[in-house]
Write a protein that binds this ligand. Structure first.
Ligand code: IPD
Length: 278
């Protein structure tokens, strides 16, 4: 990573920690739930407040930068990735966990320049763990360098995925059929933390070999993708092509052998791209 982005990285770490404290404190109070695209697509006042806090703080320091934020997009802002330095923000990744007090909740901040990820910061705020990855500088959790698992045999692996928030029967059947095929390879287990960002940090840490999902958004995976790559892992599209941040589909893994084996089993279904609405 060019050193010019070090200041932005340091700011991202500081603001993610500050935002995470707000999220942690909010867990002590009753959470009022609202809905977005469906009755299982949840949002709270804390998501909105934390996103505003992050954007205001970054804007003050970097007034020319652009933003893509989950809640700003929900409020009608454009979801457009340009060449301009862009902060890609999920104030609470794992909103359903947050609502239920299920303790995997992350503040996720990715940063892209000329559409390339320069760094990612994922603050797992209940565990108080700060995961980071800076292009060319490695991935870390609280100062300890992260390395993906060295495993090459998928039948000894743990694979992560999520069921998402689409309840259309055809889509749900495809998700379960994919999970069944992967489970019966067989693998040691399938898990999911309820936050894509944390799942990706588990791959970066070597606690799991891969994570895949169709239906996630750029703000769920931007930071995680930078962290997985810097930990020595790979990130692909679910058809084996290059990773496309706006495509809403992704496989990341400790290596290409595991990624390819998973890709072979994925029943792909259509999702509208994040940048479809111009
Ligand atoms: C969600 C989480 C979840 C994944 C969903 C995401 P949110 O993000 O990352 O693990 O399955 O696809 O939308 O809504 O909690 O920010």
């Amino acid at each position: 990573m060019a050193d010019q982005w070090q200041e932005a990285f340091d700011h991202a770490v500081a603001v993610a920690r500050k935002a995470g404290k707000v999220v942690r404190d909010a867990l002590q109070n009753e959470v009022k739930v609202m809905h977005k695209s469906s009755s299982v697509d949840l949002v709270t006042k804390t998501d909105q407040k934390v996103e505003k806090l992050i954007i205001a703080s970054v804007k003050e320091k970097f007034p020319t930068h652009s933003f893509i934020g989950e809640e700003s997009v929900a409020e009608g802002h454009k979801c457009e990735l340009t060449d301009n330095p862009t902060w890609i923000i999920d104030p609470i990744d794992g909103t359903t966990n947050f609502v239920h007090g299920f303790p995997f909740i992350a503040v996720s901040i990715g940063f892209a320049v000329k559409k390339e990820l320069e760094f990612g910061v994922v603050y797992s705020c209940v565990e108080d763990k700060m995961y980071t990855g800076q292009r060319g500088k490695g991935a870390y959790c609280d100062g300890v360098q992260l390395n993906v698992s060295a495993l090459k045999e998928i039948n000894h692996s743990i694979i992560l995925s999520e069921l998402g928030s689409n309840r259309d029967t055809i889509v749900v059947n495809k998700i379960f059929s994919t999970m069944q095929k992967i489970l019966c390879i067989p693998v040691h287990g399938i898990r999911g933390c309820g936050t894509a960002a944390t799942n990706m940090c588990m791959v970066a840490s070597g606690a799991a070999e891969a994570f895949f999902e169709i239906g996630i958004h750029c703000w769920d995976i931007a930071a995680g993708a930078a962290i997985v790559r810097e930990a020595g892992g790979v990130v692909f599209d679910v058809d084996g092509g290059p990773f496309d941040l706006m495509s809403r589909r992704m496989v990341c893994a400790n290596n290409k052998i595991i990624a390819d084996r998973i890709i072979k089993e994925i029943d792909v279904f259509h999702v509208e791209r994040d940048d479809a609405k111009k």
